[in-house]
Design a protein around this ligand. Structure first.
Ligand code: 13P
Ligand code: SF4
Length: 306
């Protein structure tokens, strides 16, 4: 039996599901139950009746699934797949940041580790960051760890001051203004779509900015036939696949061939098979942080369903 069928068989035997982020290697979609962005996958993790969740994504995503379903076994296929941005903030520098700006609510991007979430007021993803910040009805917020997503939120909200921590995504920051200028020259008919983790000079020049899902929805609905995409390669691969499968006749071009998140690409089909077979690489959380970190994510999910 080939690897894909072996994984599917194991999933059935163990009542397991596989949640897959759009930045994963595209062949993983074949064994996945849900493929999407951080917000969608966290909603699916909260709802599932499965006994085991295999999270094909990075560490903070598997941790968030565990927080939302603490009684389930959550497995990360390759334990080396961390998020470089999430690791830019630890408890010590969060404390210093809060002390520098006392008595201000703290919004944390879901791209953060559980102990950070446990010490923040509410979580957000790139899909709902603007809604989450404005829901706080305050004149100032602290935003961690991504300074660029924070600056993007600030550009959309005039009445709130967004004070950002200095984290960033090294993958999205590889996109340069020259890439946009070159794309405009080479593909005159194309629209440029960017993720809000990009530098504001990129966002300023893009035709549309949105989260993974927003970019995918926008591209699907648009009448345009060609798009240059300023986010991770996995999004471009899936858009080109879906265009072929559904006869959209649309072409998606990655803005620069280096926009690949190395850690997202660490999970392989073989890792998924091995982790499910042996139930290895389980996410274990410190009991003390489960309740506050879970609350941080649940506040965001409740807001979404209001
Ligand atoms: P999304 O919130 O769009 O899924 O993005 C997650 C991420 O890691 C972007 O770099
Ligand atoms: Fe983290 Fe950037 Fe990779 Fe997203 S693309 S998982 S923010 S390092």
């Amino acid at each position: 039996m080939d690897l894909i069928n072996q994984i599917k068989k194991l999933k059935k035997e163990k009542n397991a599901i596989i949640l897959t982020h759009c930045y994963q290697n595209i062949e993983i979609d074949e064994v996945s139950d849900f493929v999407g962005d951080s917000l969608y996958l966290s909603q699916m993790a909260a709802k599932t009746n499965a006994d085991i969740i295999v999270f094909a994504g990075v560490f903070f995503m598997a941790q968030s699934a565990k927080l939302l379903s603490p009684n389930k076994k959550v497995l990360l296929p390759n334990p080396q797949s961390g998020c470089l941005m999430a690791d830019m903030i630890d408890l010590e520098n969060l404390k210093i940041f809060k002390e520098k700006h006392p008595n201000i609510p703290v919004v944390c991007y879901i791209n953060s580790n559980a102990e950070i979430k446990a010490n923040c007021d509410i979580c957000c993803t790139s899909s709902n960051a603007i809604d989450v910040v404005s829901s706080l009805k305050t004149d100032k917020v602290l935003f961690v760890p991504d300074t660029y997503l924070g600056k993007y939120v600030q550009s959309k909200l005039q009445n709130i001051e967004v004070i950002t921590f200095n984290g960033f995504c090294p993958t999205h920051l590889r996109i340069r203004v020259e890439d946009i200028e070159q794309a405009r020259k080479t593909y005159k008919d194309a629209l440029i779509l960017a993720h809000p983790e990009c530098h504001q000079e990129i966002i300023k020049r893009a035709d549309f900015t949105g989260s993974t899902k927003e970019i995918m929805d926008y591209a699907k609905k648009s009448d345009c036939k060609r798009f240059v995409v300023a986010t991770e390669k996995g999004v471009v691969d899936r858009l080109n696949r879906d265009s072929k499968l559904n006869n959209w006749n649309k072409e998606f071009i990655l803005i620069n061939e280096n926009i690949i998140c190395p850690n997202m690409k660490k999970n392989t089909l073989n890792d998924i098979y091995k982790t499910l077979l042996g139930e290895t690489n389980e996410i274990i959380l410190d009991e003390k942080i489960i309740a506050p970190a879970k609350q941080c994510i649940e506040k965001m999910l409740q807001l979404k369903s209001n």
